[in-house]
Write a protein that binds this ligand. Structure first.
Ligand SMILES: Cc1cc2nc3c(=O)[nH]c(=O)nc-3n(C[C@H](O)[C@H](O)[C@H](O)COP(=O)(O)OP(=O)(O)OC[C@H]3O[C@@H](n4cnc5c(N)ncnc54)[C@H](O)[C@@H]3O)c2cc1C
Ligand code: FES
Length: 329
């Protein structure tokens, strides 16, 4: 790409995959403008050459993160980090990819002084939403204190991985946190882990934490996500029953799967089936119990549901459908 590419070889919205030095780069055209950015999504390395150029953005084909072609900035989750960007020069009928541009200064689009801002922000919830909000506040040059309060014991993690590669033993522990541990201090974000907000006093602008301490806020963002449905049946609080939501939950299942020979998975939708596949990868026998007659039928229809079921069955998963668990002994 540094040697030049014929401008006409790309139509508007088109992309070309190539190399710039040691890097894979994507040359993209939007109208008469050309851009060169890193070729791989900063979320999970998705191939941006197979994504969509929309205006002056590119969308990842895997989980639809959106990046500015002009600056490389991650405009939409799940990606948070920017793409590398190169200067592109057009000379007559040719375009040349030149030097790499330096990283974006924080907050290129915001202007902290131009609007009224809260004196401080408390974010309740240390999931993807809470983290993305804290990240964007800093990128938009919000300079006041930000406190991220999370009931989880771990810093924000890539939760979807917990039922997939991590559970299957194919992803390492250090791939799971969304940010390196020093990134919070670098961005002046205070992280309160293992801290559950137990009540909010909007009048006094204070949250009360379960440990009895209080935090004042100028603005409060509630990003507390969802919890798995707990079983209201006898035996459900047994040590043999595991729920999957947090990194700690997934670690506990991994630990138990080292010695378990046989697992019953309750639920035959996405997470139940992912867990089944991951445990089969570990050589554990898996029975799936679920009230529906076809897995995933509600979201994907009967035909696709049956197909997915057959794939899991071919890998040794035994289904007990149209059934529900009434007790655990
Ligand atoms: C195992 C698993 C696999 C998944 N796989 C996929 C997938 O492949 N694709 C996909 O699109 N989605 C997937 N999801 C769903 C995805 O993870 C969620 O949509 C996403 O996590 C939602 O993010 P969130 O920040 O809104 O909430 P959450 O991730 O639920 O985070 C909520 C946070 O709030 C905290 N919290 C709750 N109550 C309080 C309180 N009172 N005080 C303080 N903190 C509190 C929690 O501890 C947690 O940190 C998966 C989910 C799970 C559990
Ligand atoms: S790999 Fe690109 S959004 Fe996930």
């Amino acid at each position: 790409m540094t040697l030049g590419v014929a401008a006409d070889s790309l139509s508007s919205g088109g992309t070309l995959l190539g190399r710039v030095g040691d890097d894979d780069a994507l040359l993209a055209r939007a109208g008469d403008r050309f851009f060169a950015v890193g070729a791989h999504c900063t979320h999970y390395h998705g191939p941006l050459a197979e994504g969509l150029v929309v205006g002056d953005t590119v969308r990842c084909p895997l989980h639809h993160a959106c990046f500015s072609l002009e600056t490389g900035e991650a405009l939409r989750a799940p990606a948070l980090d920017p793409l590398a960007c190169w200067r592109v020069e057009r000379r007559g009928a040719m375009v040349f990819v030149r030097e790499k541009m330096s990283e974006l200064p924080p907050g290129p689009r915001g202007s902290a002084g131009s609007r009224e801002h809260p004196s401080s922000i408390v974010i309740a919830g240390g999931g993807a939403a809470g983290l993305a909000a804290a990240d964007m506040l800093r990128r938009e040059r919000y300079e006041g204190p930000i406190v991220l309060v999370s009931a989880d014991e771990d810093p924000p993690v890539d939760r979807p991985n917990l039922s997939k590669d991590y559970l299957a033993g194919e992803a390492q522990d250090d791939w799971i946190p969304m940010w390196p541990s020093d990134a919070y201090a670098q961005r002046h974000i205070e992280l309160l882990l293992g801290s559950r907000v137990s009540s909010i006093d909007p009048g006094a602008r204070t949250v009360l934490l379960e440990n009895g301490s209080r935090r004042d806020f100028g603005a409060l963002l509630i990003a507390t996500g969802a919890d798995p449905v707990r079983f209201p049946i006898p035996g459900a609080d047994s040590m043999q029953v595991f729920y999957l939501r947090s990194f700690a939950d997934s670690r506990a299942i991994v630990e138990r799967a080292r010695t378990a020979k046989h697992v019953v998975v309750v639920g035959a939708s996405f997470i139940g089936l992912e867990v089944s596949a991951a445990l089969r990868t570990r050589g554990v026998a898996v029975d799936v119990v679920a009230p529906e007659h076809v897995p995933l039928e509600r979201v994907m229809g009967t035909e696709v549901g049956r197909f997915v079921q057959s794939l899991h069955a071919a890998h040794g998963v035994v289904f007990h459908l149209g059934e529900t668990v009434t007790s655990v002994a």
